[in-house]
Ligand binder design. Structure first.
Ligand code: GLN
Length: 547
């Protein structure tokens, strides 16, 4: 049976609970334990798949095809453990399961209530895969006191109560604000937050204090006293220069020690933190800098492309260089010449996206990169745009476009070089879709194999001819145009195993021009940078030297 750490937050949201959970996972691994991290989100959407990236940030896709919260990305980046569908749940999913059971008659005519039906559903979810790891870390989204969160707090309280004593602990993250007028750090919000938690029956074992500066011992002792938490389990978590410092910084403050103490594990296995000292060494001792333009749509909210930003940082680590990623709104290029904007950059990345807005600008960015020999990485929509650009400009399909933008029946504006995929093979089964399908969870999602052409640039970069990458898209490049495009220099260098779906395109004559139908950024780790990002940054470094 696993031991459970429940991670909750108080005072304000956005304190970095996800990161703290991920860093704790990494520290437990460093002491030789196996871990799994899990996120329980109180919102009513069934999953974040249909939420706007502006609202909720990136949708993180797992190997098994679940569309999940971006915190699962942090979990994977810090622990290397691939998340699963059963590692992310929302109130929406819980309620829809309960209601489905009610309709099926599973509850045998009982009145369905939050306690016990909803809380039981949550507890069942928490316990999935209980015998697989040493530690299960469950983060509850939102802050204590939120109305939506109550069933989750109640469920974890019950869960801990039903387990043998000492197998579950509670870690609570709070904010310790600095009031500049009085020059003081304030402990009162933490006291109130813990009071709120205790009122619903949860007594925290470990407190993690987020603040913009060091929290002196005096304040920590005061919090320990007022919140009834042992002084050495009140851990300071001041702001860090980079998120990847978190494992080492939290270790220095004694987080992993406090957690193991709370489980009464003694003596604790000695930690091996080499992985994280190496990551920090690569960050701190980087030389030079390359500038990468990310030409996208969701540019106002950095979280919308979280994994891409992180994967670029990892690519920098692989090359011991700093990567400065700058976001440019693709729509600008629909009015203005991209050259004026893109010339200062060493490489261009066009990320994934949905809908027509900004796509003509992305096509212009791809054209600029192709014509000027600037390294180009097109991801998902970014690949589709590169193919459309080549079809228009090289292969003579002047009105090439994507079916995604041609909604009105009988009024086609484009020749669909990218079409709506309605059936494909997943493993050994056929998947089918209709235009009228629900929007949620119906894309081509999760890990699929791609076969890479011998001798291609991508085969060389991966050092393999069979790869697995994660997908999240509804549209696909039409194979019909392969011969035409290949004659013009755009090679289809990665295909689905049945040879029907183009997975990768590249221009061998170009210094570095690659489009991928999948999302490589989702699998990159600081201690194992994704080969495509590592090589893309290498190409950017080379390009910067040429200037
Ligand atoms: N909108 C495109 C599709 O559905 C691309 C999706 C993406 O970039 N993730 O195929």
């Amino acid at each position: 049976m696993a031991r459970y750490v429940f991670i909750t937050g108080g005072v304000v949201s956005s304190l970095g609970k996800g990161l703290a959970s991920a860093a704790l996972g990494a520290l437990l691994q460093a002491r030789g334990y196996t871990v799994r991290l899990r996120k329980l989100d109180p919102y009513l959407n069934v999953d974040p798949g249909t939420m706007s990236p502006f609202e909720h940030g990136e949708v993180f896709v797992t190997d098994d095809g679940a569309e999940t919260d971006l915190d699962l990305g942090h979990y994977e980046r810090f622990t290397g453990v691939s998340a699963r569908r059963t590692d992310s749940v929302s109130s929406g999913r819980i309620y829809s399961n309960v209601l489905e059971k009610e309709r099926r008659g599973d509850y045998l005519g009982k009145t369905i209530q939050v306690i016990p039906h909803v809380t039981n559903e949550i507890k069942d979810f928490i316990g999935i895969g209980d015998d697989e790891v040493d530690f299960m870390l469950c983060e509850i989204g939102g802050t204590v006191g939120d109305i939506e969160g109550l069933p989750f707090f109640e469920a974890i309280r019950q869960f801990a109560q039903e387990r043998p004593r000492g197998e579950c602990i509670f870690m609570h993250l709070t904010l310790v604000p600095y009031i500049s007028a009085s020059g003081e750090l304030k402990t009162k919000p933490t006291q109130h937050s813990v009071k709120e938690l205790r009122a619903i029956g949860i007594a925290p074992d470990v407190l993690l204090l987020r603040s913009d500066r060091a929290v002196p011992e005096k304040e920590r002792e005061k919090i320990a006293l007022f919140c009834n938490v042992r002084p050495d389990a009140v851990i300071a978590a001041p702001d860090l220069k980079t998120i990847y410092e978190a494992p080492l910084a939290y270790h220095r403050e004694g987080l992993d020690r406090a957690v193991l103490d709370a489980f009464q594990i003694s003596p604790a296995p000695r930690p091996n933190l080499d992985r994280w000292t190496d990551v920090m060494d690569r960050m701190e001792n980087a030389e030079g800098e390359v500038r990468v333009a990310i030409v996208g749509k969701y540019t106002q909210l950095e979280d919308a492309y979280k994994s891409i930003a992180e994967a670029l940082t990892h690519g920098g680590m692989a090359n011991r260089t700093r990567v400065k990623a700058e976001w440019i709104d693709a729509e600008i290029f629909e009015q203005e010449d991209p050259a004026a904007y893109l010339e200062p950059y060493d490489a261009i990345l066009v990320p994934g996206g949905f809908g027509e807005r900004g796509t003509e600008g992305k096509i212009k960015a791809a054209q600029f990169a192709r014509e000027k020999g600037v390294p180009y990485l097109g991801i998902c929509l970014g690949m589709q745009m590169a193919v459309i650009e080549a079809a228009r400009d090289l292969a003579g399909v002047a009105d090439a476009g994507s079916e995604e933008f041609d909604h009105e029946a009988g009024k086609r504006r484009f020749t669909p070089v990218v079409y709506h995929l309605k059936e494909w093979v997943q493993g050994n089964r056929m998947v089918e879709r209709k235009v009228s399908d629900d929007k949620g969870g119906t894309m081509r999602l999760g890990a699929y194999t791609a076969v890479l052409a011998e001798g291609s640039r991508v085969a060389q970069i991966y050092g393999a001819t069979s790869i697995e990458e994660r997908h999240r898209h509804r549209y696909e490049v039409d194979l019909k145009y392969r011969d035409k495009l290949e004659t013009c220099g755009l090679k289809f260098s990665g295909m689905s195993p049945d040879g029907r779906l183009p997975e990768i395109v590249e221009i061998p004559e170009h210094p570095w021009f690659i489009g991928v139908q999948f999302h490589p950024e989702l699998k990159s780790k600081p201690f194992a940078p994704h080969p495509l990002f590592a090589d893309f940054v290498r190409a950017a470094v080379e390009a910067s030297r040429l200037v």
